[in-house]
Design a protein around this ligand. Structure first.
Ligand SMILES: Cc1cc2nc3c(=O)[nH]c(=O)nc-3n(C[C@H](O)[C@H](O)[C@H](O)COP(=O)(O)OP(=O)(O)OC[C@H]3O[C@@H](n4cnc5c(N)ncnc54)[C@H](O)[C@@H]3O)c2cc1C
Length: 489
C-alpha cells in the first residue's frame, strides 16, 4: 500500500476542507481519522446552522453562489446590503473587544469570499439562510449583512456534502479511530499518529498531519480547568467527541497555545435541552430572539441589555452570561406584539403562556414579587419611538441602571409568553498558534515540521464573543490552507 501523504485528524468542516484541498494540491493518498462512528460522524459541523459569514462588495457577488435565490426568496437582492472587508473587520474587532489576532483576522477576512467560492466549486451547494438571518419588512426580507448564505440543508447538509466530496476524491475515511499521540523523528518532524481503533493501539505513519479535531468543549474536566465554574456542568450544543485530544497531542510535543483559553462560544438554549447535541434537533434548541423581550434571572432581575446589538453580535457571549447567573437558568418574556418576530426555532419549545403579566409570573420558578416589579419598572422606562427590527432603532429605556438600548417596547399586549433558557457551550476559543500556512508553531516560535491545524483548534481569532457564521468559514479558510501546504510538505 502506498505511503500516506496527509493524515487528517477529524471529520468536520475544517478537516474535510483540508482533505479536499490536499488532494487538489497533489497529495495522492489522504486518510481521514474520525473518532466517531459513521452514524455519529461529522463533529459540530453536523449540528451547525451552516451559516457562512464572508465579505462581499455588492449583493450581486452572491449570485453565482445562490443562483436560485430570486426564485426561493422573491426580491432577494433588494434586502441584501454590501459587506465589504472593512465591515467584517470592524465587526470582528468590535465583538472581540479589539483582541482578535490581526494577522489571523486578515487571513480569515481576506480569504473568506474566495474560500466560500472554492467550497462551492468543490460541490457544497448553498441557499439563502432564511430562518437564521432574515427579518420580514413588508414584502421584503432584510438580511443581516455578511450572514446571508448557508450550506444547503444547514449543517446536516454541509457535513453530508463534505463526506460525498472527499469520498469522490478518493480520500479514505476511517471511522471509530481516535488519534491519541503524534509521532516525531529525531529532528522533530511529525511522522504520523498513534491511533486507537477496533484492533487496539497502533501507529499510522504519514508525511504530514493536519489536526482538525475540534476544541475541548465536550470535556468537563478541561472546561473546569480553563473556563472555571460553572462550566463543568454546561450543556454541550454539539458533538460529544471534541474533548481536546488534538490540543493535548500538540501541546505534548511543544506547540504554543494561543488565544483566550478562558473563553468560549456559548448561546442561550432551551433549558430542557439534552446534555449533548441531538442529531435531529441540531441547532434548533437556540433561543435567540431575546432582543424583542425581557430576560430575567431566578431572582426576577434583568442582568443583560437585551438590545445591546443584533443577535449575531451578542448571542455567542450571552449563553455564558446566563450560565453564570444563579442556577444557570433565565427566562425570556415576550408579549404578542413580537410573536411573529420570534425565530422559527422557538417552535421546538413549550412556553408558559398567560393573559396577564401577573398570571405569567405566578407560573415562573423565580422570585415573583421581584420579577413583576422588574417588568413594571421596565415598562415604565420605555421611551416613545418607532420600533424597527431591521436597524439598531435606538428605542430604549430611560432611567434604569441596566438599560435596554434598542428594540425596547412595553410588554403590554396579551397573551404573554416565557421561555426558560440556559447557556449551552458551542466551542472553546483557546487553541494553537498557527502561521499563514496553518503550520503549528512551537514554544520556540518555529513551525513544527509536518504539523498543521485548522478549525476550532486555531487559537487567537475569537475572544469573549464572536460574529455569527464565522466558525465554518474560518474552518474552511485554515483547513484549505492546511491541506494545501501539507500536500507539499
Ligand atoms: C449547534 C451549533 C450550531 C452552529 N452553527 C454555526 C453556524 O451556523 N455557522 C458557523 O459558522 N458556525 C456554527 N457553529 C460552529 C461550527 O459548527 C464549528 O465551529 C465548526 O463546525 C467547527 O469545525 P471543526 O471542523 O473545527 O470541528 P468539528 O466539526 O467539531 O469536527 C471535529 C472532528 O474531530 C473529531 N475528533 C475529535 N477528537 C478526535 C480524535 N482524537 N481523533 C479523531 N477524530 C477526532 C470529531 O469526531 C469531529 O469529527 C455551530 C456549532 C454548533 C454546535
Amino acid at each position: 500500500m502506498a505511503e500516506i501523504d496527509v493524515i487528517v485528524v477529524g471529520a468536520g468542516n475544517a478537516a474535510l476542507a483540508a482533505a479536499a484541498s490536499a488532494r487538489e494540491q497533489g497529495a495522492r493518498r489522504v486518510v481521514v481519522l474520525e473518532k466517531a462512528t459513521r452514524e455519529l460522524r461529522g463533529g459540530n459541523t453536523h449540528y451547525s446552522g451552516g451559516l457562512l459569514r464572508f465579505a462581499y462588495d455588492a449583493p450581486e457577488d452572491l449570485r453565482s453562489l445562490v443562483p436560485d435565490a430570486d426564485k426561493q426568496v422573491s426580491g432577494f437582492y433588494a434586502g441584501v446590503e454590501p459587506y465589504p472587508r472593512e465591515a467584517f473587520r470592524k465587526d470582528l474587532l468590535r465583538v472581540t473587544e479589539g483582541r482578535t489576532d490581526p494577522e489571523l483576522a486578515e487571513i480569515l477576512i481576506g480569504r473568506s469570499q474566495d474560500t466560500v467560492r472554492w467550497m462551492a466549486r468543490q460541490g457544497i451547494a448553498m441557499e439563502p439562510a432564511v430562518s437564521l438571518s432574515a427579518v420580514r419588512v413588508g414584502d421584503i426580507l432584510k438580511w443581516s449583512p455578511g450572514a446571508v448564505i448557508r450550506a444547503r440543508h444547514e449543517g446536516v447538509g454541509l457535513s453530508a456534502m463534505w463526506f460525498d466530496i472527499v469520498e469522490a476524491l478518493g480520500v479514505e475515511v476511517r471511522y471509530d479511530t481516535s488519534a491519541v499521540r503524534l509521532t516525531q523523528d529525531a529532528r522533530g518532524r511529525v511522522t504520523g499518529v498513534v491511533v486507537r481503533d477496533g484492533e487496539g493501539f497502533h501507529e499510522v505513519p504519514g508525511k504530514a498531519v493536519v489536526l482538525g479535531c475540534g476544541g475541548f468543549e465536550a470535556n468537563p474536566e478541561w472546561r473546569a480547568r480553563y473556563l472555571g465554574r460553572p462550566w463543568d456542568h454546561a450543556k454541550v450544543r454539539g458533538t460529544r467527541y471534541n474533548t481536546g485530544d488534538g490540543l493535548r497531542m500538540a501541546l505534548e510535543i511543544g506547540a504554543l497555545p494561543h488565544g483566550q483559553w478562558t473563553g468560549c462560544h456559548s448561546t442561550p438554549i432551551d433549558a430542557g435541552a439534552p446534555p449533548h447535541g441531538d442529531r435531529k434537533l441540531t441547532d434548533k434548541t437556540n433561543r435567540l430572539s431575546y432582543m424583542y423581550g425581557v430576560l430575567v434571572n431566578v431572582r426576577g432581575r434583568r442582568f443583560f441589555d437585551e438590545g445591546e446589538d443584533f443577535q449575531f453580535y451578542t448571542y455567542a457571549k450571552l449563553g455564558g452570561i446566563i450560565l453564570n447567573e444563579p442556577s444557570g437558568v433565565a427566562h425570556q418574556i415576550f408579549d404578542s406584539k413580537v410573536t411573529g418576530l420570534l425565530e422559527g426555532r422557538y417552535k421546538t419549545g413549550q412556553p408558559l403562556v398567560a393573559d396577564t403579566l401577573r398570571q405569567l409570573v405566578e407560573q415562573l420558578p423565580v422570585d415573583r414579587v421581584s420579577c413583576l416589579e422588574t417588568i413594571e419598572r421596565y415598562n415604565a422606562a420605555v421611551e416613545e419611538g418607532r420600533f424597527d427590527p431591521t436597524i439598531r432603532d435606538g428605542l430604549r429605556t430611560k432611567g434604569l441602571d441596566l438599560p435596554k438600548s434598542n428594540w425596547a417596547q412595553r410588554l403590554d399586549t396579551p397573551p404573554f409568553m416565557a421561555y426558560p433558557v440556559t447557556g449551552g457551550i458551542t466551542f472553546s476559543f483557546g487553541g494553537l498558534r498557527v502561521n499563514e500556512r496553518a503550520q503549528v508553531i512551537t514554544t520556540s516560535w518555529t513551525p513544527v515540521p509536518g504539523l498543521y491545524a485548522c478549525g476550532e483548534m486555531v487559537g487567537g481569532l475569537f475572544h469573549t464573543n464572536y460574529p455569527g457564521g464565522t466558525g465554518l468559514v474560518s474552518g474552511a479558510v485554515f483547513g484549505r490552507l492546511a491541506g494545501a501546504h501539507a500536500a507539499g510538505a
